[in-house]
Write a protein that binds this ligand. Structure first.
Ligand code: PEP
Ligand code: MG
Length: 592
């Protein structure tokens, strides 16, 4: 029987669509990571972290039955365990097993769970969470420490039932071709998962702008985020079909789904072939204006692809991604080798190294940094570098040394004021002096600021003479300008670069660059969405930096644009009063 149908589609949040869900006409999906097909490997969050989940009215009965099956399986498991261990275990241990078996029959638990599913239409897993919370409150009111400690038993039982809700017998683990279904996935585990044979990831939480999403794309690993009911629908061993482009996830695909999947694969291959023809073509508008396409790189593979696709250089090398799996930062020599190889990989085209932007998890160097109430507004980017000066100096020296092998630029994240750039400039000069004293003939690399803090964007005229170039990080700029967390899926529709305030600010920054002859690029995900290219060209942007996987598609779009027409229509764009008007402008620009 075909047990489950498509999910995640109620609100598709495909990895590759930079602006968030919503029915905007600009949400034409793009094919980058392609589809994925494999068997589910379900990674359950602790039941306490389960977000609220409902089931449709028509499925309530089935959900209640699913719970009963899981309860019965847990009981059977306890019986088997008891039989097996009888004699081998102490009396106390057997008593524990008996206690757990009793809990599984406890009407307080069983009836309450059934009621929550039937009356509140909660998923079985979420009902477990709610009931666990209720019972915890009761336990918390108890004074007796022994009784209080029974909470652990309750947790154990709830975990067991939850596991049975998602379990299938005899599922071979660790085989290639698995789709990881989880609540969230960290950037640091993606490469390892892929190495273990995971072909796609479906996560209940997350957002397309998270660093996990950015890295997954770099690894060509299809990822669907925001598939809220994934964990309640997929069980270990189910066949799962994933489309990273549309956000569609199908559990137990039938013959027609599989046909669709194979058609998608073919379509993907065809599109890739078409785009391949543009590899050696210039990125030039129909009226002859050259636009520079730089690549964002998170790995050496990205650098190689950027080179092969004719990128003008690397516009954003996120250095922190190289150090994800490590507990210690690499020393100067090791960093130097990594940077040097990237520079050599681009054979003479510039590589823009962004200095470290985040602390490594779990390694707070200073106690007051450990629990920042608001990390997005805390010690990130250049603030981090200026605080950990030794780490920063090491990184700068390694980058400067790499400059002996080809053109290099240094890009500083999260700049909010001129003073920060002046301080970094001083440190960069010092790093150059140190490297020169060692006998390496290098010039100071150009220094750029990421424009991702609204105050830096508004006050850009105070920065232009302190920097050699600027790169607008729209992922953060949009989040700070609109006060919308880029990683909070619940705010999905509010996070959009298509806000009149965002466009005006972009026009202001690009204009400041033009007037002062300071090159300006956009390196946030906004630049990678080919559908938005006419808009950015209209605002005067001449440099884009994006992941190599989107480069040819963007080149194709730019080659279809008429630069002069778009520039003439910029005023109208900037007069747009809402997102709808901006979308109409875009639709109109695209139709011409
Ligand atoms: C940005 O904020 O747009 C950006 C490119 O930086 P990151 O996504 O790494 O924060
Ligand atoms: Mg940023």
């Amino acid at each position: 029987m075909r047990r489950a149908v498509t999910f995640g589609c109620t609100r598709p949040v495909p990895l590759h669509v930079p602006e968030h869900a919503g029915e905007a006409c600009i949400r034409r999906p793009r094919r980058l990571a392609g589809p994925g097909l494999g068997r589910a490997r379900v990674r359950l969050p602790h039941v306490l972290e389960m977000a609220e989940q409902h089931v449709p009215a028509a499925k309530v009965e089935a959900e209640a039955a699913r719970l009963q099956v899981a309860l019965e399986a847990a009981r059977a498991e306890m019986r088997t365990l008891r039989e097996k261990l009888q004699g081998a275990l102490s009396k106390e241990a057997v008593e524990f097993i008996d206690l757990h078996a009793l809990l599984l029959d406890d009407p307080e638990l069983v009836n309450a769970l059934d009621g929550l599913i039937r009356q509140e239409r909660y998923s079985a897993a979420y009902a477990l969470r709610v009931q666990r919370d209720r019972l915890t409150a009761v336990f918390d009111r108890m004074d007796d420490p022994y009784l209080k400690s029974r909470l652990d038993d309750l947790d154990h039982i709830i975990g067991r039932i939850n596991a049975h809700l998602h379990r299938r017998d005899a599922v071979p683990r660790g085989t290639a071709g698995e789709v990881l279904v989880c609540d969230n996935v960290a950037p640091s585990e993606l490469a390892q998962l892929q190495a273990q044979g995971v072909v796609a990831v479906v996560s209940a939480g997350g957002s397309p702008l998270s660093h996990s999403a950015i890295l997954a794309r770099s690894l060509h690993l299809p990822l669907v985020v925001g598939a809220a009911d994934a964990l309640s629908r997929a069980n270990d061993g189910d066949v799962v079909m994933v489309d990273g482009e549309t956000g569609e996830v199908v559990v137990d695909p039938d013959a027609s789904d599989l046909r669709r999947y194979h058609q998608r694969e073919l379509q993907d291959a065809r599109e890739r072939r078409d785009l391949e023809r543009l590899r050696s073509k210039p990125t030039r508008t129909r009226d002859g204006v050259d636009i520079a396409l730089y690549a964002n790189a998170e790995s050496h593979e990205d650098v190689a692809r950027a080179h092969a696709l004719g990128a003008a250089g690397v516009g954003l090398f996120r250095t922190e991604f190289l150090f994800l799996q490590r507990s210690e930062l690499p020393d100067e020599d090791e960093q130097f080798h990594i940077y040097r190889d990237a520079v050599l990989g681009m054979s003479g085209r510039p590589v823009t190294f962004r200095t470290l932007t985040r602390r490594r998890q779990g390694r707070p160097h200073r106690p007051y940094l450990e629990n920042e109430d608001n990390p997005a507004l805390g010690v990130r980017g250049v603030r981090l570098s200026l605080l950990y000066d030794r780490v920063f100096d090491t990184q700068l020296r390694a980058i400067v040394r790499a400059a002996a092998y080809g053109p290099v630029r240094v890009l500083v994240p999260m700049v909010s004021c001129r003073e920060e750039i002046l301080l970094v400039r001083r440190r960069l000069r010092r790093a150059v002096a140190v490297v020169r004293r060692r006998g390496v003939a290098v010039e100071a690399p150009p220094l750029g600021a990421m424009i991702e803090v609204p105050a830096a964007a508004i006050g850009v005229y105070g920065l232009v003479d302190a920097v050699d170039f600027m790169s607008v990080g729209t992922n953060d700029l949009v989040q700070y300008l609109l006060a919308v967390d880029r990683n909070n899926d619940a705010l999905g529709d509010l996070y959009s670069p298509l806000h009149p305030g965002v466009l005006r600010l972009l026009a202001h920054v690009i204009g400041a660059g033009e007037q002062s002859d300071t090159p300006v690029a956009v390196c946030g995900e906004m630049a990678s969405d080919a559908r938005l290219a006419p808009l950015l060209l209209a605002l005067g942007l001449r440099e884009f930096s994006l992941h190599p996987s989107g480069l040819l598609e963007l080149r194709r779009t730019i080659r279809e644009c008429r630069h002069r027409d778009l520039r003439e229509r910029a005023d109208k764009l900037l007069r747009a009063r809402d997102r709808g008007a901006i979308e109409r402008w875009l639709a109109d620009a695209t139709a011409r």
